[in-house]
Design a protein around this ligand. Structure first.
Ligand code: PEP
Ligand code: MN
Length: 363
């Protein structure tokens, strides 16, 4: 897959992120002027907070719930910008939102998960953004479709937005889950692999759906090299008009941040760098041996395949397969390898062995 985004590194358009991860905090929804201003005043006491978020146009799952104050809240955000050091951010879902937000001086826009799923909506937003130079973050779609996420990023980028980032907020779970939105870490990892220059921040509030999950999810995000966090913060979370269960007070936000270890992709410690290089060289060698051994193993599999063909014997012999799984799992344990890990490796090896022997049978 060929993806090219023309983007500027976040450090260029957000110099503070050279020193600290990007921290976005603020309420799920702007509710009243007082709530917006008081929350912002308290959030800014934490020197790590850089951006103040507040949803004005709220995409709610069911009608009849609070759908946001709309453009009426823009002057409240303007006041936050005037009275604090925080930049302001809000969600846009339509062309009209884009124009209104940018005209009001909103510094950063994001596209919500329910909008990312719809290419028509994303294109409408992209067209509205054309000609503006504003940072835009794209949340993952609610369904675990990496292509849809990438497609939305491409549409926004093609409109000329080069200050671009992604927000990982998890995916609607298919079954009972401890998370409100399943993190499916594989997807943001794959996005990072495909687009290493794209900053990805994590939204542990929407992943967790409850306060006690924010910290572990945020830690995991940093362990996976994500560049920042978006955490829903409210002056009075229990009374919040949306997402009450997952919002925290500004004080709790600071406590969470104190506990998280921010790990960087690289270190300036020469000793660490040297020993890492040495250990990686050893790993490369072991991997070379592993590959050679796998080749050797499969050559034996082929030989067996030939003789099974001659003797009209079935490829699969369930008893043998079962024995291999159990024997290797218990040998693995002696080497401090988890039995499930060893079993899953042998499942893949066995699948490939069958495929090779099938090819031989059909020759
Ligand atoms: C939000 O940020 O409040 C929001 C609606 O998020 P999402 O689009 O991730 O559901
Ligand atoms: Mn929310």
């Amino acid at each position: 897959m060929n993806i090219t985004l023309n983007i500027h590194p976040m450090e260029q358009w957000f110099p503070e992120t050279r020193e600290l991860p990007l921290l976005v905090a603020g309420p799920c929804s702007a509710e009243t002027e007082e709530q917006v201003l008081q929350t912002a005043q308290q959030v800014q006491h934490d020197h790590r907070a850089m951006v103040y978020r507040a949803g004005l146009w709220k995409p709610r799952t069911r009608p009849g719930t609070f759908e946001g104050v709309g453009a009426k809240g823009l002057p409240w955000l303007q006041k936050v910008k005037q009275n604090t050091k925080l930049k302001i951010a809000t969600e846009v879902a339509k062309a009209e939102h884009v124009h209104q937000a940018i005209e009001a001086g909103v510094d950063i826009l994001w596209i919500g998960a329910r909008t990312t799923v719809n290419p028509f909506s994303v294109q409408e937003i992209a067209d509205a953004l054309s000609g503006y130079d504003v940072p835009v973050f794209v949340k993952n779609p609610i369904n675990p479709d990496l292509q849809l996420w990438i497609g939305a990023l491409e549409r926004i980028n093609q409109a000329g937005i080069t200050k671009l980032g992604a927000i990982h907020r998890g995916f609607s779970p298919m079954s009972e889950s401890q998370y409100r939105n399943d993190p499916k870490w594989k997807l943001p990892i794959e996005l990072k692999r495909l687009l290493p220059a794209l900053p990805i921040i994590c939204d542990p509030s929407h992943i967790g759906g409850k306060r006690n999950l924010i910290e572990p999810v945020a830690q995991k995000a940093f362990d996976l090299q994500m560049e920042g966090l978006m955490i829903e913060t409210h002056i009075n979370p229990d009374k919040a008009l949306s997402d009450a269960k997952q919002q925290v007070t500004p004080q709790k936000l600071s406590a969470i941040l104190d506990n998280i270890v921010w790990r960087r992709a690289e270190s300036a410690n020469d000793e660490f760098v040297a020993s890492l290089q040495e250990l990686r060289a050893q790993i490369d060698k072991v991997d070379d041996e592993l590959i050679k051994l796998l080749g050797k193993r499969m050559a034996l599999v082929d030989e067996i395949g030939e003789s099974k063909k001659e003797n009209n014997v079935t490829i699969l012999q369930v008893g043998r397969y079962e024995n291999i799984l159990n024997d290797r799992a218990s040998k693995g344990e002696e080497e401090n390898l988890h039995p499930d890990f060893v079993k899953s490796i042998y499942e893949i090896i066995h699948q490939n062995s069958i495929a090779r022997q099938e090819r031989i049978m059909n020759e």
